[in-house]
Design a protein around this ligand. Structure first.
Ligand code: G6P
Length: 437
């Protein structure tokens, strides 16, 4: 890549998270000279996009940055000549997410944005759209890097890797959040820590944690087992069993609670849905408050209230990656990339989440050593679900969809799998053209 100033295209620019991204860009201008940010959204997100555009202009002016800010519905214009395309969109908005959370709950199954049947439904809606975006990238910005934040991030990135030629890296804020939480409990700076991560998106383990050359994995597991705070804003902090953690020997991510403590998490979800609404329903309220704040002419920075959302550090994760690629840093990041032998029991062409070295050529995964059956069992089963989901989403294949849900560890039997699938297809009818044949 030539070291010329950069154009960023942000698809889903009307997201309430965007001010964090803008703050991240403005903080790093000495390392990443961005000359243009083009935010894109769809008709339904037009008003939010206008609010984000105005706030971004105020933030850019305050920083005294020389940068063009554009916001439009014209995705092709945004992608044309972009160096990085950042995808952070939500097909169907928060209402579709609320449906994803509520449908499984009716059948006593975890109802979650990215994990279990909720993530499956989101993947069905999202994959056709991302493949469409990729066609534009192949045509208009073939050298661009696509950094995908769109959930379910691993699954969506896998579809892009399998079905397009776009250079892509999938990203998530969970690994960086794990690092921040571990730094807090070990009373050290995050940069003093190294985590050796491998697994899948929202199913990643730190197999070893190092602090200044010392293996601290067992200490971290002990602290988490003893009740140290270890969760994200969107996940209930169910306590961990210390004996289980000790036996596991690897540090799970907060999302593992859905798999390891399914009953407790389900009970909590059901109780919360009754009292305060599902997470999406709570987030709708937070979003309204955020957009009210964003609309104020007096605001020219990211407001603190954004911290109520689960996506903390998402801007750091993505802009540190831009930095690593643009400045050919060859630095360590946790990303979603093609497996290519990193976890030998999985196919080469599936996407895994793991520690990787990132430079101008992209991300090369680091092998963290042979994984034991205690983690490989879950990884393999969830990966089988993910592979089937990609095929179902791309081809509108009902049978693959049914097998995907039947293979998901959070769906306890095939009768439920079928009922949930049928309800997902019916509720999402308008967003699933691939199934209308
Ligand atoms: C976590 C996940 C993200 C997800 C977010 C949801 O941070 O890693 O993938 O998008 O939570 O947060 P929310 O505030 O929307 O529930």
């Amino acid at each position: 890549m030539t070291k010329s100033p950069l154009k960023l295209a942000i698809i889903g620019g009307g997201s309430s998270y965007t001010p964090e991204l803008v703050e991240g860009v403005l903080k790093r201008l000495d390392r990443i000279p961005v000359k243009e940010m083009h935010f894109v959204d769809v008709e339904a997100g037009k008003e939010k996009l206008a609010v984000i555009e105005a706030l971004t202009r105020r933030m850019v002016d305050k920083a005294g940055a020389d940068m063009t800010v554009t916001a439009s519905m014209d995705r092709r214009a945004a992608i044309q000549g972009a160096d990085f395309v950042m995808t952070q969109f939500r097909v169907g908005g928060l209402q579709a997410r609320a449906n994803d959370e509520r449908i499984p709950l009716k059948y006593d199954v975890i109802g979650q944005e990215t994990t279990g049947p909720g993530g499956f439904a989101k993947a069905l809606r999202t994959i056709p759209v991302i493949l469409d975006i990729c066609q534009d990238i192949e045509e208009l910005a073939p050298n661009a890097w696509m950094l995908n934040f769109t959930n379910p991030a691993g699954l969506v990135t896998e579809a892009v890797q399998k079905y397009t030629r776009v250079k892509t890296i999938g990203l998530c804020n969970v690994p960086v959040s794990m690092k921040m939480m571990i730094a807090e409990m070990m009373d050290c700076q995050p940069q003093e820590l190294t985590l050796e991560c491998a697994g899948l998106n929202h199913l990643v383990w730190a197999h070893r944690a190092w602090l200044r050359g010392q293996d601290i994995t067992a200490d971290v597991l002990k602290k988490v087992g003893d009740g140290a705070s270890y969760s994200m804003k969107n996940i209930s902090e169910e306590p961990w069993d210390p004996d289980f953690l000790n036996a596991l020997g690897a540090i799970p991510c907060p999302y593992h609670r859905y798999f390891y403590q399914t009953e407790a998490m389900l009970a909590e979800e059901k109780a919360t849905a009754l009292k305060e609404g599902t997470r999406a329903e709570q987030v709708m309220k937070t979003e309204r408050e955020l957009f009210e704040l964003y609309s104020s002419e007096a605001l020219a920075e990211k407001p603190e209230q954004l911290e109520k959302r689960g996506g903390a550090y998402y801007s750091d994760a993505s802009l540190n990656l831009v930095d690593a690629i643009y400045n050919d840093q060859k630095s360590l990041h946790v990303v979603n990339v093609r497996n290519d032998g990193t976890i030998p029991s999985l196919p080469d062409d599936v996407v895994i989440e793991c520690s990787a070295v990132v430079g101008s050529w992209g991300a090369r995964p680091i092998v963290v050593g042979r994984l034991g059956p205690q983690v490989l069992g879950l990884i393999s089963q969830v990966k089988a679900y993910e592979q089937l989901t990609v095929e179902a989403a791309v081809h509108g294949d009902y049978d693959k969809g049914l097998m995907a849900l039947a293979s998901n560890p959070l769906v306890p039997d095939i009768d439920k799998a079928k009922l949930i699938l049928d309800e997902i297809l019916k509720t999402n009818h308008d967003y699933l053209p691939q199934f209308r044949h």
